[in-house]
Design a protein around this ligand. Structure first.
Ligand code: BTN
Length: 247
């Protein structure tokens, strides 16, 4: 991962560039990174404001996995990022299902995964990571949609020093480690580590999905990365969507 790097001062979206790369051969593991994006994309068709001071990058992967593994990638990526932040900046973060990284409940990074599945195999995955590295939170308020129960924050404050390159390098190392775990078939560890860092498990959660709203207590994550909510004596699986809970 990251043996080939495309760097831009400004680009529409690193995610879109990486999606273009997916049409070419020999781009497995390529990394696209930009100082700022003019058309950054967030999950669920939201805009992602990406001014200078953040880390905006996308990685193209062509794993030889079954499609069911796709949903592990948000977990794997957010976990790798949380570990890398702790190792390089000594900052503790929490993980919010499906893939937000937060500090005391405020979002500091988001992950967007575009997957293409062909004839029951993953053709490619583009993993997009947006980190508010050193940005004034007031510049990026629109990263958070109205009505969300949490705010946004930045990793490094105005007068603090911080090295984004070290963080990126460590993140790539951690990502590659868990990627190799999946290749060797050991996914249990990723789930365990994710749950350890998660702020979601144990909370009373309201989940908004395409089919409606489910309320329940978050009791775990299953093998496919789905959130398990215990609700009126039953366990419901939430595959995708947004969740809210009190801090
Ligand atoms: C989210 O909604 O939380 C996910 C945000 C993902 C943003 C990143 S920044 C790099 C990459 N390029 C994009 O256009 N989006 C992702």
């Amino acid at each position: 991962i990251g043996t080939k790097i495309y760097y831009f001062d400004s680009i529409d979206s690193t995610q879109n560039f990486a999606l273009e790369l997916s049409r070419k051969p020999h781009e497995n593991g390529s990394l696209v990174i930009a100082e700022r994006q003019t058309q950054g994309r967030g999950r669920l068709d939201r805009k992602w404001v990406s001014p200078k001071g953040g880390i905006w990058l996308s990685i193209l992967l062509r794993p030889n996995f079954e499609p069911s593994y796709t949903s592990l990638f948000p977990m794997l990526t957010s976990l790798a990022l949380s570990v890398a932040i702790q190792k390089t900046l000594k900052i503790k973060t929490e993980l919010k299902w499906p893939n937000d990284v937060t500090i005391n409940g405020d979002k500091v990074a988001g992950i967007l995964i575009d997957a293409s599945i062909e004839s029951n195999k993953i053709d490619y995955l583009v993993i997009g990571i947006g980190i508010n590295f050193k940005i004034k939170p007031s510049k990026i308020t629109s990263q958070i949609k109205e009505g969300k129960k949490y705010g946004i924050t930045t990793l490094v404050k105005k007068n603090q020093d911080g090295n984004p390159v070290k963080l990126i390098q460590q993140f790539l190392l951690e990502l590659e480690k868990s990627y190799n775990d999946i290749i060797s078939g050991s996914t249990a560890n990723i789930r365990k580590e994710w749950m350890k860092r998660s702020s979601t498990i144990g909370k009373n959660v309201t989940a908004t999905t395409t089919t409606g709203t489910i309320k329940g207590k978050a009791v775990g994550i299953d093998k496919t990365g789905a959130l398990l909510l215990s609700s009126r004596g039953k366990v419901e699986r939430v595959l995708a969507g947004d969740i809210a809970y009190k801090r």
